[in-house]
Design a protein around this ligand. Sequence first.
Ligand code: ADP
Ligand code: MG
Length: 399
Amino acid sequence: MNIHEYQAKELLAKYGIGIPAGYAALTVEEAVAGAKQLPGPLYVVKAQIHAGGRGKGKFKELGPDAKGGVRLAKSVEEVEANAKEMLGNTLVTVQTGEAGKQVNRLYVTDGVDIASEYYLSMLVDRASGRVAMIVSTEGGMDIEQVAHDTPEKITTITIDPAQGFMPHHGRAVAFALNLTGDLNKQAQKLSRQLYTAFMDLDCEMLEINPLVETEDGKLLVLDTKMSFDSNALYRHKDVEALRDVTEEDPAEVEASEYDLAYIKLDGSIGCMVNGAGLAMATMDIIKLNGAFPANFLDVGGGANREKVTAAFKIILKDPAVEGILVNIFGGIMKCDVIADGIVAAAKDVNLSVPLVVRLEGTNVEQGKEILDNSGLPIVSADDLGDAARKIVAEVKQAA
Ligand code: ADP
Ligand code: MG
């Protein structure tokens, strides 16, 4: 789960991390009220969307010469004018895709006199089984570009979670950033605070770009992105409450309400499968047969009629879907029960695209009989390969 910049900053501030003052705003009035509480004379108005690259982004409605999603303002009046221009409009950045994202929230924050910009991020590194801290003197830029052009300017420091954050980790971060004197001490302290926040909050990723050194010698977090391990959210109700579903794919939000693991993809074959491993194999074999999956969907172990119906509806909402492949292994669930659910759901949603079903497991014969006698044009398949070949052929024929 992702959250907005201002929410991440509020969380980090609780760990004593240096953050410029700021206020979130849903309206122009709130933006003005926020600015009035800041000392000035420099303010920054920032679009709050779940995507980076806002500074260099462009508003669809405003033409190529208008300013982007991070704007300096030199008075409360300028804050107001910028808020008016930004709210409700669509910001397109390198991370939003062409469609862009509507800006519904702003963050009005202190303008900082920047001496240097740095990069610091943390993530769970599966390969080493550690937390990786990635630092670079090249802040404020596209880090992928830095990694590509000048990889020697990126340092990775890994921390064993069993051992925890040691003083030498902090020194390594400060050294990688070329900091001396008091700034060096600040970097050591900051990296420890960030590690603590990262572990406490079950983060998946925490990125600070830029981390800045101010003209008066302070390290401040100017921009941050945070994402959390969804499996750990149950123990962070306060973090869960920060979820902004308007930033998420509506189909994925609906799926999560039914406890379905659904991820939208770009292909044309909708998939309904039980078990993540089988779902991955199903997507692979669709590709092997020359088509592309429209989604990943794991209905889980205890899929009942209601869940199957919800899954059908979510798959069919995607206009790119030209056919559906159901691939279910009836281990604990019996195939005849699943077949009943599929038939009922297919009738319920007035299925308009070809449907191939592959059932395997307990009571598979009864299950196939139910499908065959349903009066619906359901094509039954014998195994995974057969199922993939059949759905690809059906879709080609229908086209
Ligand atoms: P994004 O990464 O989405 O473009 P940032 O918050 O990193 O957004 O802003 C882009 C740039 O704008 C930063 O690299 C920094 O130079 C400048 N900036 C952002 N916030 C402030 C601020 N509070 N004061 C001064 N400059 C800022
Ligand atoms: Mg940034």
